[in-house]
Ligand binder design. Structure first.
Ligand code: NAD
Ligand code: DAU
Length: 356
């Protein structure tokens, strides 16, 4: 039975990837390694936790001895690496955590894979092995009003988060070039959907609208992001893992750009309808606050390489995805209340209560 390691599988995107693989590939064994930070939650995988082709290992990828032992114990054919510190605002208050997990953690995994797969420039690329690094469009920096990020766009990271992801991408490519490690990379736009920690825009605003709390819009609200439904990101990862060309990078996006303020108004409208409130009621909660330092103005992904070479395209429209997302959070109040107890309260106070 082929073994696939997924790192960060208890997080938002990781849990969707694990669920897809466990249900789709009964002939593969999926090992999920996660440190279970504030963002990792085994409740995200309750529905598949007893599947015979799934196991969970709690561990920290910054611990090289732990990572080496894990690779010695399992004969992984594939690694899908998602574990990361992922929130830009937290990277501004604590950059070093991002260096440790996103850079050092990635290099620990690369070293373990290189050793166990006996990779070297003197030997051909190993057959039937693959190290898949999941990255972000933020490595490309910020766009003006026009243009798109291509796989060839020069890196220009602006935040400590994107700098750490850019660094990890460079290490992954360096291991391909220097050691013949069989790698593939993807850089994706903003994801939304179920099980996302409510520090990110969409789940945070769903929670605040539910609770009739203010909606903290950074700066003028005219920042633009390209949004992709998380289950479509998981199918893109599946497509690239199985059909992508080694050494290549694929951009993944939703062909779906929104200015923050327009997205927020749409979300208010959807929520007012679902909650039986008068139209326009939740928009009253919008509050403009101090901007995020170094805030990237616009991201927009050109995902046509992935579409043309491997045939992937998003399957869920934004209207449908947003409605499914809102329904999920409203139907899973226990999940939302559990993840926002304890330390979350301290984080929220430090991030927002002085900024309004
Ligand atoms: P997340 O923060 O929801 O989940 C990250 C997971 O990694 C958590 O389960 C956490 O416990 C785990 N983790 C963190 N540090 C760890 C460590 N030292 N050892 C082991 N596990 C650790 O993140 P996400 O939004 O699901 O993002 C997953 C990946 O996708 C990241 O690499 C991120 O950069 C990338 N990405 C995210 C988006 C997005 O919109 N969320 C878009 C493009 C790319
Ligand atoms: O583009 C991909 C990236 O998308 C991923 O690599 C990151 O892991 C992920 O967090 C996300 O980064 P963003 O910074 O774009 O996402 P966030 O949800 O934090 O913010 C989206 C936009 O909304 C951004 O312009 C900032 C703004 N915003 C966000 C929050 C949390 C607000 O105006 N108010 C807020 O309270």
């Amino acid at each position: 039975m082929k073994k696939i390691l997924v790192t960060g599988g208890a997080g938002f995107i990781g849990s969707h990837v694990v669920r897809l693989f466990v249900t789709k590939y009964s002939n593969h064994h999926i090992v999920n390694v996660d440190k279970l930070t504030y963002a990792g939650n085994l409740e995200n995988l309750k529905d598949i936790e007893n599947a015979s082709n799934y196991s969970f290992v709690k561990g920290d990828i910054t611990d090289a001895a732990f990572v080496d032992k894990l690779f010695d114990e399992h004969d992984f054919a594939a690694v899908v690496h998602l574990a990361a510190e992922s929130h830009v605002d937290r990277s501004i208050s604590n950059p070093l955590d991002f260096v440790l997990t996103n850079v050092v953690g990635t290099v620990n995994l690369l070293n373990a894979a290189k050793k166990i797969w006996h990779c070297s420039k003197d030997k051909p690329l190993p057959q039937n092995k693959i190290f898949y690094h999941v990255s972000t469009d933020e490595v490309y920096g910020s766009l003006g009003e026009t243009g798109y990020f291509l796989e060839t766009t020069p890196y220009d990271p602006q935040s400590p988060y994107s700098a750490s992801k850019a660094s990890s991408d460079h290490f992954v490519r360096a291991y391909f070039n220097t050691f013949n490690l069989p790698v593939v990379l993807s850089n994706c736009s903003n994801n939304y959907g179920s099980h996302q920690f409510p520090e990110k825009l969409i789940p945070l605003f769903i929670k605040n609208i539910r609770d009739k709390k203010s909606l903290p819009v950074y700066g003028d609200g005219k920042y633009t992001r390209d949004w992709l439904f998380v289950e479509d990101h998981a199918t893109a990862i599946d497509t690239i893992l199985h059909n992508g060309k080694l050494g290549e990078t694929y951009n993944i996006g939703g062909f779906n750009e929104w200015q923050n303020i327009n997205l927020i108004k749409l979300l208010c409208k959807v929520m007012d309808k679902k909650l039986g409130r008068a139209e326009g009621e939740s928009e009253q909660l919008i509050t403009y606050i101090k901007d995020r330092p170094g805030h990237d103005r616009r991201y927009a992904i050109d995902a046509s390489k992935l579409n043309q070479s491997l045939g992937w395209k998003p399957s869920v429209t934004f209207e449908e995805g947003l409605e499914r997302t809102v329904e999920w959070y409203l139907e899973n109040e226990t999940w939302l209340n559990n993840v926002t107890s304890g330390n979350y309260q301290k984080y929220y106070a430090a991030q927002y209560e002085t900024a309004e």
